[in-house]
Design a protein around this ligand. Structure first.
Ligand code: FES
Ligand code: MG
Length: 600
């Protein structure tokens, strides 16, 4: 049978990747391939194109996602990289998530995007995949999905936006969105100024221009080995970004020759994740990244058991904060890029990294660094400090535990504005949920002093599906002039925010036996960064007594329970979310998507 007619030879086995892989079930495999060829020809592809390995490109662009507005140009550049190297590039859409256009929160939809990503990579005949993501939840969702899809993937970030400028001052979303809005609320800016600032906060397409969650996840992904070093910081609107895209396409084709070694479950090791966590600590990254990384880790069958929330704290104790970017420092992502970006940072962190961890190129992280030399210069060491002169000595992100958070809580110590609050004891002022907070926080009658500890319940993964970024409880209006207070919640905060804010308290208050859920006004709360403790001054008996009383009250109301959570009886995705989402220390993932579930 001539080579060109082999696919029609009914006696031959159908073999090979590309179009021949993962055939659709019709009960007749030759017919399945026959049909597939019919339809891809309908798209205009010829026989030569069809004989190539196929690299999929995830198009996560949308008119509702300005952070991804450059995706069409990126796809074109990725395709060039793929096709110049002998592959066939085919792009396909998935869900797109933008922070301010997703209600109630983009986090509510992150797991849905991860399912979309996993199933589409699995379902379609592609040998490797370039995942274009950028806005906060998109890169995490894609990495989560890629683990069980288990085809080689490489991440391409859309890249950070450029800073803007108003009356001679540089501005960047979203740290400066918050600062300036707070100044406007306090009467320090007038309406014309705040409108002028609104025009300049996001002056180009791309992701937020500070070390928020989007930039954090891009840097962490480079640390994991799934992105070229300069891919984390090249501005969205730069030609450098397009060249990264072209390079990403080229790498994606090269992995196909060693397909089995580059599958995420094989490539990503415990050491890869330790490197990612080291990067997270050194950049003073977003607290959200802790949740996302735990979700990715818990999807990975070989890594899930060996890394927990405590790992973040252990790595943090050895890792100084080196990068001077907002919100922990002063600068913007394009400055970080000009200072050498991840190439400079990883060279600096060399003694703390596992250099033998593999990257998607097939080379180890150490070999990649050797191949990309970097010589520090004055500007680079100002933004990316040497280990000997850090911005903050260690533990930018810490994990606290104690009777108030038996399963952990997170504190971004480097973003604290009043460091005396890091060793502190004070009386709780408790808000049951965001509605209660909105109603009472600015009231003259609120029984609060500058020494109080502000507590917000009901914003955890189940309590307020998607765990909103409401953890930065505003300072009560009657305490005018107070800049920081100790604040506690079971929610998240934006990577671009700061203050002495304890987050992700677990179990969250919506869990019936959560100690945090039975906290009351006037309870004495103790926080010690030194001892890594978050406690309430109550006996174990008192906590159990309150929990029993809570259960009894729920029963009296006829509220059905499902284990330790109030039973979800809602239809659709929300019902699925409430009945399946796990707690923050596990990643806020759906239980049935974790590696644990596969094994049980
Ligand atoms: Fe998309 Fe900030 S809103 S990265
Ligand atoms: Mg954000």
């Amino acid at each position: 049978v001539p080579e060109s007619l082999k696919d029609y030879d009914l006696d031959s086995q159908i073999q090979g990747g590309g179009l021949r892989s993962g055939l659709t079930s019709y009960g007749d495999t030759h017919f399945s391939l026959f049909l597939r060829k019919v339809f891809i020809k309908a798209a205009g592809y010829g026989e030569d194109a069809l004989s190539r390995p196929i690299v999929g490109i995830i198009n996560s662009g949308s008119g509702f996602n300005p952070c991804h507005a450059n995706v069409p140009q990126l796809i074109e550049a990725v395709k060039r990289g793929i096709q110049l190297n002998g592959g066939l590039a085919i792009d396909f859409p998935t869900i797109s998530l933008h922070e301010s256009f997703a209600s109630p929160t983009s986090m509510f939809l992150r797991n849905l995007m991860s399912m979309d990503t996993e199933e589409m990579i699995k379902a379609q005949p592609l040998d490797a995949c370039v995942m274009i993501g950028g806005c906060d939840k998109t890169i995490p969702a894609q990495l989560m999905g890629s683990i069980f899809a288990n085809k080689p993937v490489i991440s391409l970030a859309t890249g950070p936006m450029m800073p803007g400028s108003f009356k001679g001052q540089r501005l960047g979303a979203c740290t400066d969105c918050r600062n300036n809005w707070a100044a406007y609320r306090a009467g320090e800016l007038d309406m014309e100024d705040i409108a002028g600032i609104n025009d300049e906060l996001a002056p180009t397409v791309g992701t937020c221009g500070v070390m928020g969650t989007a930039s954090t996840m891009a840097c962490v992904t480079a640390g994991l080995g799934l992105m070229p070093f300069n891919g984390a910081s090249a501005p969205a609107v730069s030609s450098a970004r397009l060249r990264v895209a072209e390079q990403t396409g080229a790498i994606a084709v090269s992995v196909i020759a060693k397909l089995d070694e580059r599958r995420p479950q094989k490539l990503l090791s415990k050491e890869s994740f330790l490197n990612a966590i080291t990067v997270l600590q050194a950049i003073g990254g977003s607290t959200n990244a802790v949740v996302h990384l735990m979700a990715i880790i818990n999807r990975h069958p070989a890594v899930a058991d060996s890394l927990t929330l405590s790992t973040f704290d252990e790595v943090g104790r050895k890792t100084p904060l080196l990068v001077d970017l907002k919100p922990s420092g002063d600068n913007y992502m394009n400055d970080f890029h000009n200072a050498g970006g991840m190439t400079a940072l990883l060279h600096t962190l060399r003694p703390l990294l596992h250099l033998d961890a593999l990257t998607i190129t097939g080379k180890t992280l150490g070999e990649m660094l050797d191949a990309t030399p970097f010589k520090p210069f004055p500007y680079s060491t100002q933004l990316i400090r040497p280990l000997s002169n850090p911005l903050y000595p260690n533990s930018a992100l810490v994990v606290l535990q104690g009777n108030l958070a038996p399963n952990g809580a997170i504190l971004k110590a480097s973003a604290s504005k009043d460091r005396s609050l890091l060793e502190y004891e004070g009386k709780a002022v408790v808000f049951e949920n965001t509605a209660d907070l909105a109603q009472r926080i600015d009231s003259e009658d609120l029984a609060v002093t500058k020494d109080s500890v502000l507590v917000l319940k009901g914003i955890g993964l189940i309590g307020n599906p998607g765990m909103p970024e409401a953890g930065v409880i505003p300072i009560p209006r009657k305490l005018k002039g107070v800049k920081d207070m100790l604040r506690l919640s079971d929610g998240r905060m934006s990577g671009t925010a700061g203050g002495t804010i304890i987050l992700h308290i677990s179990p969250e208050s919506a869990i019936v036996d959560s100690p945090f859920g039975v906290l009351r006004d006037g309870d004495v709360i103790r926080c010690s960064l030194k001892r890594r403790v978050l406690e309430v001054d109550l006996s174990e008996e008192e906590i159990s007594r309150r929990i029993e009383a809570r259960k009894a009250a729920l029963q009296e109301k006829g509220q059905p329970l499902q284990g330790n959570r109030i039973a979800a009886r809602k239809r659709g995705y929300r019902g699925l979310y409430e009945s399946s989402v796990n707690q923050a220390e596990e990643g806020g993932d759906f239980d049935f998507l974790t590696a644990k579930y596969e094994r049980s």
